[in-house]
Design a protein around this ligand. Structure first.
Ligand code: FA5
Length: 359
């Protein structure tokens, strides 16, 4: 038998085979597999074409045309079967149970929730709200006089330095703490009291973002503080201690101890740091020495506080001989980090969903 006749015979055999195989393919995947088996690089047609070598030159055009026609037929049959399978699938879907549009979607995007810093902020505001403190907002872009001068910072205090604060220009900066709200509220209350003749009384909290040139595992250039202050006649350190003790019990549980350590802030006198008993260890359980959170001291520093300095009253138009008051301020990230055992403040601002999903 001549080489040309062999090729012709093989093509005819392949033709029968692929027609049956395409017709029998139950789905698109099987059909494509058959198509590759026939026309792919290592397919059956390639094997047949290898025989073309032996076909004499005069027979080649005819056999070549046969091969082309064969290929066209295969492609036509393939496309035809593909379309038929698509139609069958659609018909099956239409004939099957109707879609239930009341079913919950299969894609889940999860539900959002408050960021841990904002959740803690709201909780702190709620506790002070229950204790009778009214929440007010305060600006993040502030005048030097409200952030420093009227709070009795001496002009050469390191906090006022270009290195420690973000300045917009002379006299205007990003506030370095929420204590600016003391100046604004006290000034406002003083004018109101002067206009109405009513006694002055303030019990205010304010929470928001503040900015400093800080950057390490517990300090970030932007962070949040909550400030509280109370001004009235006869306010004493006893009330400050009472309010902060009630606050600590609400936040960390009944019986949480509170202690004051003398400290210095220009706008309070006397001033103190507030520590609460470490909530991660206990003497009774014998774990204190090993506690990494309080470093074995048994105490956690949570706030600065003190009695409002008479100079702050003078600068805001309040009579320091008639009124006294207390003020405190704390870092909200610090409270959140202590509560959730977060070792690095940056985790709170990277917005990695794997971190945030844990709250
Ligand atoms: C103050 O800012 C005072 N205004 C607090 C105050 C208010 C004292 C009223 C007296 C009366 P201090 O600089 O210590 O104080 O900051 C308070 C808290 O803010 C710190 O204890 C700390 O928890 C937090 N804090 C300070 N700097 C950063 C920072 N860069 N990143 C995160 N938290 C910070």
């Amino acid at each position: 038998m001549s080489a040309a006749a062999i090729v012709e015979e093989r093509l005819a055999a392949l033709g029968t085979r692929f027609t049956e195989a395409f017709a029998a393919a139950p789905n698109e995947q099987a059909l494509r597999a058959e198509h590759a088996k026939l026309l792919g690089k290592k397919g059956e047609l390639t094997a047949v074409l290898a025989l073309m070598r032996d076909v004499p030159a005069e027979a080649r055009p005819r056999i070549g045309a046969l091969v082309n026609t064969f290929k066209e037929e295969v492609e036509r049959a393939f496309e035809g079967r593909l379309a038929a399978l698509g139609k069958e699938k659609l018909q099956a879907e239409l004939a099957g149970r109707p879609h239930d549009i009341s079913l919950p979607g299969r894609l889940s995007f999860g539900r959002g929730h408050p960021h841990p810093v904002l959740a803690v902020k709201d909780e702190l505001l709620a506790i002070f709200g229950d204790l009778g403190f009214r929440s007010v907002p305060g600006p993040e872009i502030e005048l030097e006089e409200n952030n420093f001068t009227k709070l009795a910072f001496p002009p050469d205090h390191p906090a006022t330095d270009m290195q420690d604060s973000f300045w917009f220009g002379p006299g205007v900066l990003l506030r370095t703490h929420t204590s600016n709200v003391q100046v604004r509220e006290m000034s406002r209350a003083a004018s109101e009291a002067a206009a109405t003749g009513a006694p002055l009384r303030l019990a205010v909290v304010s929470a928001g973002a503040v900015y400093r040139r800080d950057d390490d595992v517990t300090h970030s250039p932007m962070f949040h503080q909550i400030e509280g202050f109370l001004v009235d006649e006869h306010v004493s350190l006893a009330e400050l201690r009472g309010v902060l003790s009630a606050f600590a019990e609400r936040l960390y549980g009944p019986g949480t101890p509170v202690r004051f350590r003398p400290s210095y802030f220009p706008f309070v006198e006397p001033g103190a740091e507030v520590d609460v008993g470490c909530v991660f260890c206990s003497v009774a359980a014998g774990t204190r020495a090993a506690c990494r959170v309080c470093k074995g001291t048994g105490w956690l520093e949570i706030a600065g506080c003190g009695m409002v300095h008479p100079d702050v009253f003078r600068h805001t138009g309040i009579d320091p001989d008639r009124y006294t008051g207390f003020a405190f301020g704390m870092g909200i990230e610090r409270i959140a980090m202590l509560r959730y055992g977060i070792p690095n403040i940056r985790l709170l601002f990277e917005n990695d969903p794997r971190f945030l999903a844990q709250f």
